[in-house]
Design a binder for this molecule. Sequence first.
Ligand SMILES: NC(=O)c1ccc[n+]([C@@H]2O[C@H](COP(=O)([O-])OP(=O)(O)OC[C@H]3O[C@@H](n4cnc5c(N)ncnc54)[C@H](OP(=O)(O)O)[C@@H]3O)[C@@H](O)[C@H]2O)c1
Length: 329
Amino acid sequence: MVQAKSWILAKHFNGFPKDSDFHLKVEELPEPKDGEVLLEAVFLSVDPYMRPFSRVHMKEGDVMIGTQVAKVIQSKNPAFPVGSHVVSHSGWRTHAVSDGKDLTTIMSDWAPDVSLSLALGTIGMPGLTALYGIEEVLGLQKNETLLVNAAAGAVGTVVGQIAKIKGCKVVGSAGSDAKVAYLTELGFDEAFNYKTVPSLEEALKKAAPEGYDCFFENVGGHFSTVALPQMKNFGRIAVCGSISTYNDSTPQIGPYPHLTMIFKQLRMEGFMQNRWEHKHPESLKRLMAWLKEGKLKSREHITKGFENMPAAFMGLLQGENIGKAIVAV
Ligand SMILES: NC(=O)c1ccc[n+]([C@@H]2O[C@H](COP(=O)([O-])OP(=O)(O)OC[C@H]3O[C@@H](n4cnc5c(N)ncnc54)[C@H](OP(=O)(O)O)[C@@H]3O)[C@@H](O)[C@H]2O)c1
């Protein structure tokens, strides 16, 4: 018997999440049965999608959804021996019993000097999101100019670096001077702090007077309204996220992009990374190869302690993180 802790959605978020929306539950877990394993969380991910998904896919009393890197501590399933590590979708829990169906083994040639936490970041879902947004949605070509917002985050940092690998000019926006300095360190051609520039429109124009071929959209709302007119004719926009709207209780109203889209003949496509799930193993190998070659750098914002999951999640939504927000148990 093991004592397991989990974070419950006690109350649906109304506006920005609050401590009282979460409840910490403690329970005894049964021994795993034949075919099952007992998992212990090592690293847990907090991600922006948890905010909009909670409204659509969860009810009050459910364990918060999420992914973690876990260690197999008891096994009655030969595919997952004791001591092995997996990526599991068991939510915000310290321990879970699994029949193995939702588990992904960490790739066999994972470099020993690379933290397993990267399986939740650069060599995991956010890295894959960046790769598919660039290759499958935007079809980014050499010498094109790409704009990415929330650029210093888990997805944005990988977007900018892959675009540089592909020989493009990259412009990134982020919410602090420390983040802007990090983008410059990563090799972004232009970066600015969207919170302090006198005019977002002027900052976008100054960074790329020629206009943007591609826009990797993570933020939505006002940023989107200002950025669209800066696209070149026939520009492509990959709508990956809309974090500036996730905590809205009432949907934001216009201005609407239609005329800009018509006159500039823009193509805008929303996507979710799991559309290309069949490509994940190969894609993860490509991301790991770039990491080993030093072409892809990774940074994490680590919060220590399972009890701090809500604080880490709320901190992410407030932009506390540079790179991937991770909770280490
Ligand atoms: N479609 C998919 O399959 C998929 C998969 C993963 C992620 N996503 C989306 O991709 C985006 C980035 O996700 P991530 O995991 O990489 O998160 P992240 O960028 O590591 O963290 C979120 C960042 O968003 C920025 N932010 C928060 N509120 C904002 C606001 N009102 N306006 C502008 N920026 C704001 C903050 O940075 P600043 O300091 O710069 O404001 C914060 O650090 C999110 O929209 C997420 O939902 C989509």
